[in-house]
Design a protein around this ligand. Structure first.
Ligand SMILES: Cc1cc2nc3c(=O)[nH]c(=O)nc-3n(C[C@H](O)[C@H](O)[C@H](O)COP(=O)(O)OP(=O)(O)OC[C@H]3O[C@@H](n4cnc5c(N)ncnc54)[C@H](O)[C@@H]3O)c2cc1C
Length: 259
């Protein structure tokens, strides 16, 4: 195995400056250190000592939100009473407590995986991501233009504790990869992710007041996305059906809760 350079970053600007195409930020290390990791880096920049693990109330453009530091772990979010239930539930999609103790929120968002535990709920809720240079943008935009941001240091995410989100993740086992994940928020926004295809274009269904099963199935049937393919998890038609039915079911749940 090739040797890696290891640097403990002493400040946020230093960490941000050190990052290039051949390096990676070492946060929880659950992806970087796993066998067959998707991260190929000759230099690791540890960001564990930058004090980025705080969770506190904040404001963005006059709107109150919860600011979750990038190196806060999944388990810290599960245990923090300020964190809303929907985000705790998304963290609990990572079923292993051992992994939750190590894996960070920033690391999960940065990977932008098509079976991500957090991204559908973050996108449906309109959550934001903050970089070390102070720039803030939506998680939806971050994922969409992910290639542009791979060298950026995420310092925090912002979530709205007032919003309500219902999410469902389909996988063959609790620890297995999700092949379909759907999230619907009380803002009306829908996020749906299919393994191999990533986040689907949900603009039509998010803008529709009709969330009947019939309408949701028609929407997903007509959605053009050649990346939704037959694979080991099921046929394209099955994954589309599951997505459509789940959007309808979760929308109904949100509607019932708001009565
Ligand atoms: C067996 C196994 C199964 C897994 N299954 C899933 C799964 O189903 N869904 C899923 O979403 N994840 C899965 N993961 C991946 C991983 O555990 C999580 O995504 C975790 O949240 C990554 O966080 P980390 O802190 O461990 O990241 P690290 O491993 O430390 O880093 C991962 C990547 O994120 C970047 N990064 C880390 N922090 C930041 C930051 N603050 N700013 C910018 N970039 C940063 C690094 O440069 C690196 O490229 C799995 C991992 C394992 C070992």
């Amino acid at each position: 195995m090739a040797e890696k350079e290891f640097i403990v970053a002493k400040s946020i600007p230093i960490a941000a400056r050190l990052k290039d195409g051949k390096s990676a930020f070492l946060a929880g290390g659950t992806e970087i250190n796993r066998l067959g990791s998707s991260v190929d880096a000759s230099k690791l920049i540890s960001i564990g000592r930058l004090g980025l693990d705080t969770i506190n109330e904040a404001e963005v453009d006059g709107v109150s939100c919860l600011r979750i530091g990038a190196t806060a772990t999944f388990q810290e979010c599960v245990e923090n009473p300020k964190v809303p239930g929907w985000f705790r539930q998304a963290c609990l999609f990572m079923s292993s407590r051992i992994k939750r103790n190590m894996a960070t929120i920033g690391g999960n968002v940065a990977l932008a995986r098509d079976d991500s535990y957090l991204i559908p709920s973050l996108v449906a809720s309109g959550s934001l991501v903050e970089f070390s240079n102070g720039r803030i943008l939506s998680v939806a935009k971050y994922v969409k233009d992910h290639h542009r941001y791979t060298d950026r240091l995420i310092v925090a995410i912002y979530i709205d504790p007032q919003v309500r989100v219902e999410a469902k993740r389909f996988s063959n086992t609790a620890a297995g990869h999700a092949y379909v994940t759907v999230a619907v928020s009380s803002n009306g926004d829908v996020a749906a992710q299919i393994k191999g295809a990533g986040l689907l274009d949900t603009s039509v269904i998010s803008n529709s007041l009709d969330r009947s099963e019939k309408f949701c199935l028609k929407w997903i049937k007509n959605l053009r996305n050649p990346k939704v393919r037959n694979d080991m998890y099921g046929s394209s038609a099955y994954k589309r059906y599951l997505t459509g039915v789940t959007v309808a079911t979760l929308s109904e749940k949100i509607r019932e809760a708001s009565k």
